[in-house]
Design a protein around this ligand. Structure first.
Ligand code: KG4
Ligand code: ZN
Length: 349
């Protein structure tokens, strides 16, 4: 990684990060872009489970209810105060929030709160791209990683193969042309009656199944692109179960998971080879998948590449990665204006 040139006033600066792009209400305080002083995540998963997926309106309302206590908890855990007065400066030097991509109502809660706090504390506001934050989740835990690397962001909303050459220098090499990997897990789990979120349920059930029982398709593998497609795989699962109603659910789960992992690894490794990356990092909720983690390590070792597996807490949405990305944004571009709004379809570039 290129040595980071940090002005003295930024080196020790503490950034409050706020994340509300989907169904996690999160706040964290990170110092100097690397030191996590606190990281609080309140998952709304129980609120959405009965609907089989995230309900945007419920998510927004829950963020409104949860954000103030979650931010307060982040200050408590960091040993800092969330009360600044005319005589007493705030204990953080900037406030960062995810402004996209995500659910518009959910994003607005975090962005509005961050702007209000920045304004009242008279500190900079930093608008953070959620996908860039996932890239920083890797760097938070592997600060000495030798770039360039390929980061596979695999979540419920995204499946991206990103070349990270340096801070602020990213290139999307490939992505899903239809469903995201996590979405495929959630849809297949729902079809199999395994509940929501589907990823952890399939991951667990797959340990009891035979991953070679059913040969599901590996869509687009070997087509020379770094793009993937998962909607045909989901259809293949549905067709197989309809045709073989007595099939063991664990075998379906294990065979489906093997197809997803094969597909992701084939494209991720091809991308890493093509750009001469030193290694591959994982990010996003699906990065918690035990089979993906195990196989990535094996395959990278076999090909002389490094593999970077974030802790499970850093795979899923959190605000420490938002604070870290915000700190780097501040260092490279300065603060953002207070008229930045939520951008639900924000891309990475
Ligand atoms: O990154 P994330 O917390 O939220 C966004 O989508 O932004 O990812 C959630 C997704 C869900 O689709 C969930 O089913 C999937 O990550 N997931 C997993 C596992 N844990 C979570 N997928 C496969 N295996 C897992 N262990
Ligand atoms: Zn995410």
């Amino acid at each position: 990684m290129t040595a980071v040139d940090v002005p003295a006033e930024l080196a020790a600066a503490r950034v409050l990060g706020i994340e509300t792009s989907c169904d996690e209400t999160a706040a964290a305080i990170v110092q100097g872009g690397t030191r996590i002083l606190s990281s609080v995540v309140s998952s709304q998963v129980d609120l959405h489970a009965r609907y089989g997926g995230v309900v945007p309106e419920i998510a927004s309302r829950a963020h409104v209810d949860l954000l103030v206590p979650v931010v307060a908890q982040a200050f408590v855990e960091a040993g800092l105060s969330d009360h600044a007065t005319a005589e007493r400066p705030p204990d953080v030097e900037a406030v960062a929030a995810t402004y996209g991509p995500g659910l518009v109502g959910a994003l607005l809660v975090g962005v509005s709160a961050a702007k209000a706090l920045a304004l009242s504390w008279d500190v900079p506001f930093l608008a953070v791209n959620h996908l860039e934050a996932h890239l920083y989740a890797t760097l938070l835990e592997a600060p000495d990683v030798e770039l360039p690397i390929v980061v596979m962001i695999v979540s419920g909303g995204h499946t991206l193969f990103v070349l990270m050459e340096d801070h602020d220098r990213y290139r999307i090499l490939g992505s899903t042309i239809d469903d995201a990997a996590g979405e495929a897990y959630d849809k297949v789990a729902r079809y199999l009656g395994l509940g929501y979120p589907g990823g952890p349920a399939i991951d667990l059930l797959a340990t009891e199944g035979d991953r070679e029982a059913i040969r599901f398709p590996r869509p687009m593998v070997g087509d020379g692109t770094f793009d993937v497609s998962f909607s045909g795989l989901k259809t293949a699962v549905v067709n197989h179960v309809r045709k073989h109603p007595d099939v063991a659910t664990a075998d379906v789960a294990a065979s489906f998971q093997e197809a997803v992992v094969d597909t992701l690894l084939a494209k991720g490794l091809a991308a890493a080879r093509a750009v001469g990356a030193t290694g591959i990092a994982l990010g996003g909720g699906v990065a918690a998948n035990s089979r993906l983690r195990e196989r990535l390590v094996e395959r990278c070792e076999a090909e002389g590449l490094q593999s970077f597996l974030p802790s499970r807490a850093m795979c899923t949405d959190n605000a420490a990665m938002v604070a870290a990305a915000g700190w780097h944004r501040w260092r490279l571009h300065g603060p953002d204006p207070l008229d930045v709004g939520a951008v639900p379809n924000l891309g990475l570039a």
